[in-house]
Design a binder for this molecule. Structure first.
Ligand code: HDL
Ligand code: ZN
Length: 440
């Protein structure tokens, strides 16, 4: 047997892996954050961190007050209730609670003092645009992809008015109402003077495509996206499947844009929890295989919500090179499952996937979501490179850097912009976010 690599060499490679994971800027391919130009839609600071719907759901497990009484409180009062229940009366051991503390710690605040009042004061001193650059630089997030919905009455006017875009934000066109609630959405499109009726005639399909053209151009969308219920099936004669097949996929093909599907969401399992009330259920991966197989000229992105779908999704990705899977989404974004899912993907797909996105709703969350994920991704990668080096194969420093860049957005960028390919990826990884003017 050939002499394997010495332990010194092996340690040196693993140190390069950890360095590359720590230092490589990441493209955060799915978030609910906004360009600072969207004003109050971009959430940040301790109160938004504490009333994040993940903590609201956990808070209600400790509260004994009625739902409506909590919802009648101010944001600061809600934050106080959550702080008291989940941080003081119980140790903040869940991933969402620990995340708040990781973020405060990375911002240089001493959480040992448990001084919520002082923490609030610290956040009050910042200007939003400066703070955005500061957080992106600290989190080493090179670019943030927004979730942009023409159906959001607060977001739409900002796009219609136009604004100077922050260089660190890209866009994705979110079309859930178009696919999942066509009857009501057809009224909105008609109001916006698109030539559509509730009946899916050829003329209406043309009107839907006109709408998709307009909004893809307006936001410069990098991909289109929809979150789908567990019972989505294809082939099928649902309005969702018909609009997808006759309008959305031809539109994506004509513009060379991937279509992102995010299956497994059971909306409103407990409506009393509002945004915190959604649940999860296993989706039918076979339907997605049928859809992808029937559309070889489309590119598809998928992140599934159910843990039980992850293995089938990996195998489906092995069958279709026009399928790129990404992220440990929502309830799977916990260390236990990030480790399991990322190991499975590396072993079944090599480097042809995107391990994580933050799904952040509050700007400061990218600090904890990426710090927690980088730690786990580094551990899993070190395991796999250790296994690799047992064969006598030794990756060079450049190859390790190349692999990490691919996982941290390079493969995703190439998948979204096949024609731009290497140049777009190279440009991303060599452009650093602007330094932050002033502030300690
Ligand atoms: O549908 C989605 O994109 C989900 O991410 C929901 O927005 C969900 O409420 C969420 O924030 N998950 O993290
Ligand atoms: Zn999301």
């Amino acid at each position: 047997m050939v002499e394997v690599i010495s332990s010194e060499r092996s340690e040196a490679v693993l140190a390069q892996v950890r360095q590359a994971v720590k230092q490589t800027p990441v493209y955060d391919v799915h978030t609910h954050l906004y360009d600072p130009a969207f004003g109050d839609l971009l959430l940040y600071g301790i109160d938004d961190l504490l009333v994040y719907h993940y903590l609201v759901a956990e808070g209600f497990r400790q509260f004994d007050l009625p739902y409506e009484q909590f919802w009648s409180l101010s944001k600061e009062q809600q934050a106080d209730a959550i702080w008291d229940a989940l941080f003081i009366k119980n140790s903040p051991i869940s991933e969402s609670c620990r995340g708040v503390l990781t973020t405060l710690n990375l911002l240089g605040l001493d959480v040992k003092k448990r001084d919520l009042k002082n923490v609030r004061k610290w956040f009050a001193d910042w200007d939003k645009a400066d703070y955005t650059n500061h957080i992106m630089e600290k989190a080493n997030v090179g670019s943030i992809c927004m979730t942009n919905s023409p159906f959001d009455d607060l977001e739409r006017p900002v796009w219609e008015q136009g604004f100077d875009r922050h260089h660190g934000f890209t866009s994705a066109l979110r079309i859930d109402p178009l696919l999942l609630d066509w009857q009501r959405t057809s009224e909105s499109l008609a109001q916006w003077e698109y030539d559509v009726t509730p009946e899916l005639s050829d003329k209406t399909i043309a009107g839907i495509r006109h709408f998709l053209e307009d909004w893809t151009r307006k936001i410069n969308g990098k991909y289109l996206m929809v979150s789908l219920p567990p019972d989505f099936c294809y082939p099928g004669d649902s309005e969702c499947a018909r609009i997808m097949e006759s309008a959305v996929l031809p539109h994506c093909r004509d513009h060379g844009l991937p279509f992102a599907m995010m299956p497994g969401v059971k909306r409103g399992v407990n409506p009393l929890l509002k945004m915190a009330g959604d649940g999860v259920s296993k989706a039918c991966v076979t339907s997605f295989s049928h859809l992808i197989s029937a559309h070889p000229d489309n590119n598809f992105l998928i992140t599934a919500l159910s843990r039980e779908n992850q293995y089938e999704l990996c195998v489906a990705a092995r069958k279709f090179r026009n399928l790129h899977i990404f992220g440990c989404w929502w309830f799977t974004n916990i260390p236990y499952l990030i480790n399991e899912i990322t190991s499975m993907r590396l072993e079944l797909l090599g480097l042809s996937f995107t391990p994580q996105h933050s799904d952040a709703r509050v700007l400061d969350q990218i600090l904890y979501k990426w710090s927690h994920s980088r730690e786990i991704i580094a551990d899993v990668l070190c395991d796999k490179y250790t296994d690799l080096m047992k064969t006598g194969w030794e990756p060079t420093p450049n190859e390790v850097q190349r692999d990490v860049e691919s996982l941290f957005g390079g493969a995703f960028i190439k998948f979204c912009e096949p024609n731009a390919g290497e140049s777009a990826t190279a440009q991303f990884f060599r452009r650093q976010p602007e330094a932050v003017p002033g502030h300690a």
